[in-house]
Design a protein. Sequence first.
Length: 365
Amino acid sequence: MTLTTKLLGSRAVAAMTSPHGVDRYLEMFNPMWVVTEVRARVVDIQRENPAAQGSAPVATITLQPTSTWRGHRAGQYVQVGVELPGSARRMTRCFSISSAASLPGERITLTIRANDEGQVSKFLVNEAKVGQMLHLSQADGDFTIHESAATPTANHLVMISGGSGITPVMSQIRTLLRDGYDGRANRKVTFIHFARSPEDQIFADELAAIAEGDNHIDVHLRYGDATFSEFELRRLIPDFRNTDTWACGPGGLIELVKEAYGDSPRLRVEFFKPPAVSLGSAEGSVSFTRAGASAENTGASLLEQAEALGLKPEFGCRMGICFSCVKTKTDGTVRNILTGEESSLPDEEVRLCVSAPVGDCSVDL
Ligand code: FES
């Protein structure tokens, strides 16, 4: 740490620049000068699925983070903040990092699908320009490969992904390949991926090269109506329940994978979209007391039910990661959409995006 950085990070400077903080003032000279915040400059944007008809465009965006970036482990995500044109508010969303594990200050890539309902993802894919500055969080998340390529005990690894869930898995595979994973000591990776069609397949050329390479990574791509089957998994890996496995994708795929693995501790999962909750059990009514709004409980998440009533609660990732949608549930029971756990504690902080009311429920919103 240089003397200048030390000085700028001191309490005295923090007090002098309060309430905005020193980074706000440094930004006027150079947006890449920061002491505490993390920002990143877009240095490249590449379209990933140019041939895909009828599916959302996907782009890989290369970012040069500021020197405050602490690096990431393969499989982690970051929150990206942008001020959208015409919006006074900064919006944040979580995106998995698709590049291999990084060291402090190193470049990273995000591979983003411009979902119809995703304002931030659409902006980044369709409108962001090289040179644009973005706000970043530090990397976070536990969906990581704890073994390094040099760990002799990591004999067989299984990666299962669906759709955009391929991005953290690509970070893991790229890290293994970069760090010298080569199949010695019986090491092997079985990678199964489900995509809508070959045209919609992102990283297609790289996956083909990995599949053909002499690297002990078996790539199995499944398209169209093909769904995950325990039978196929058992055929590929007879002892899969005792094999370290990472699975990432839509809620439906992850539910099937979890069913196959039962209570095996070798499975780690990551949803990129929470599974839809069953509407059949919806009963009672939901009240957002501060706004004075209420409606019949539809069984959807509290966030969706609030939005259906015209409310605009703050949110970020919409998948239970960023905690920007936390509000106090003053009364009633909620079910965690990701874990199925129910909680009836009064005056409890809940994440609106992954909490579905069970019966009557009131939220201080
Ligand atoms: S919006 Fe991120 S946790 Fe709810």
